[in-house]
Design a protein around this ligand. Structure first.
Ligand SMILES: Cc1cc2nc3c(=O)[nH]c(=O)nc-3n(C[C@H](O)[C@H](O)[C@H](O)COP(=O)(O)O)c2cc1C
Length: 327
């Protein structure tokens, strides 16, 4: 049996019996970038812009690109009068621009930083790239008009572009199977054989990060286990020592030791058997430690792309979903 014989589509369509939504969903299987196409009226100077993912390259010589605009678009009359348009390729940080320029009617340019490009077409700040184009041709495209532009100027920035696929925004990430085999990571100069497994990777990442954070903890005279006990009791006040031990993965002995120290410092009220809670001093200490944690993350992860960090945190949260009583 070949692969194709078992490959059953979820939905299909044929001329004469096309379900528009199924057609859209199937079109959405094709991942695109997201652009904001802009133009300025040559006489009034009115500027328009709209989110478009129909952008495509056409020709290198001459340099032609296209996009298509729905005939109902409010901004269509300006695009048809303008001498130029600018294709602003949104960066992954510009999701809000995409939403804003997809909403008809509103003052789309309020609070948006831009400067006039060729023919006055707005060039937005913070984009991944931009093509300033002279209008070259228009073609009938059913309920859309296909606009072809000749690139007069372009600019590329060191920012990844925003992605749109399956009706949702995404980011570009190198497919892990496409990565060049780099060999094993090295630990103390020795090739590390377990680099493909999640748990050893998590352990090593944790241990690297934690050794940096322990400097912050020392500054506040608090140990790692003490911080975890404080954090657990902040969202589960009244827990017994047994619950704290289970929820913080510290084990009974380490938990009891941490509780004894925190009690001695006036950070906890209650007893291990009947339930423990933070005192005001305990809550204050935890707040200070969280401020350290924020600073630490900025130091450690400030140079890593913010969207990548958010993606990592989301994945880690998913992996802890079955386990929301722990910290
Ligand atoms: C991701 C995304 C891609 C879009 N792509 C297009 C497109 O290629 N062409 C188009 O006419 N409308 C597209 N739209 C819809 C327009 O942005 C929307 O209709 C906009 O309100 C038109 O602006 P206007 O009516 O103020 O001119 C897209 C919307 C989104 C969210």
């Amino acid at each position: 049996m070949t692969h194709l014989e078992t490959d059953t589509p979820i939905e299909t369509g044929e001329a004469g019996a096309l379900d528009g939504r199924a057609l859209r969903r199937t079109l959405g299987q094709f991942a695109t970038g997201v652009t904001v196409v802009t133009a300025a009226h040559p006489v009034t100077g009115e500027v328009v812009g709209m989110t478009a993912n129909s952008f495509s390259s056409v020709s290198l010589d001459p340099p032609l690109v296209l996009w298509s605009i729905v005939r109902e678009a409010k901004s269509l009359p300006v695009f048809l009068e303008a001498t130029h348009f600018a294709i602003n390729i949104l960066s992954e940080q510009q999701l809000d621009h995409s939403n804003r320029f997809a909403r008809p009617g509103s003052d789309k340019f309020a609070d948006v930083a831009w400067s006039p490009g060729a023919g006055g077409a707005p060039v937005l700040e913070g984009v991944a790239g931009v093509f300033e184009c002279a209008r070259h041709a228009e073609h009938d495209g059913g309920d859309h008009i296909i606009m072809v532009g000749r690139v007069e100027r372009f600019a590329r920035y060191e920012r990844p572009g925003l992605v749109f696929a399956r009706g949702r925004y995404g980011i570009t990430a190198e497919h892990p199977w496409a990565e060049e085999p780099t060999g094993f990571a090295r630990v103390d100069g020795v090739p590390h054989p377990y680099d493909d497994f999640l748990i050893p990777l998590l352990y090593r990442a944790y241990s690297n990060l934690f050794s940096g954070f322990s400097v912050h903890l020392e500054e506040e005279g608090t140990s790692g286990p003490e911080m975890r006990v404080l954090a657990y009791l902040s969202f589960r006040p009244g827990s017994t020592a047994e619950l704290v031990s289970r929820g913080s993965y510290l084990g009974d002995q380490t938990t009891d030791e941490a509780i004894a120290v925190l009690h001695g410092q006036g950070m906890l009220t209650g007893t291990a058997d009947s339930g423990l809670s933070l005192t005001e001093a305990g809550a204050e200490r935890l707040k200070t430690l969280f401020r350290h944690a924020e600073r630490f993350e900025l130091e450690q992860l400030g140079s890593v792309d913010a969207v990548e960090v958010a993606t990592l945190k989301r994945l880690l949260r998913r992996l802890t979903d079955s386990d929301d009583e722990t910290c």
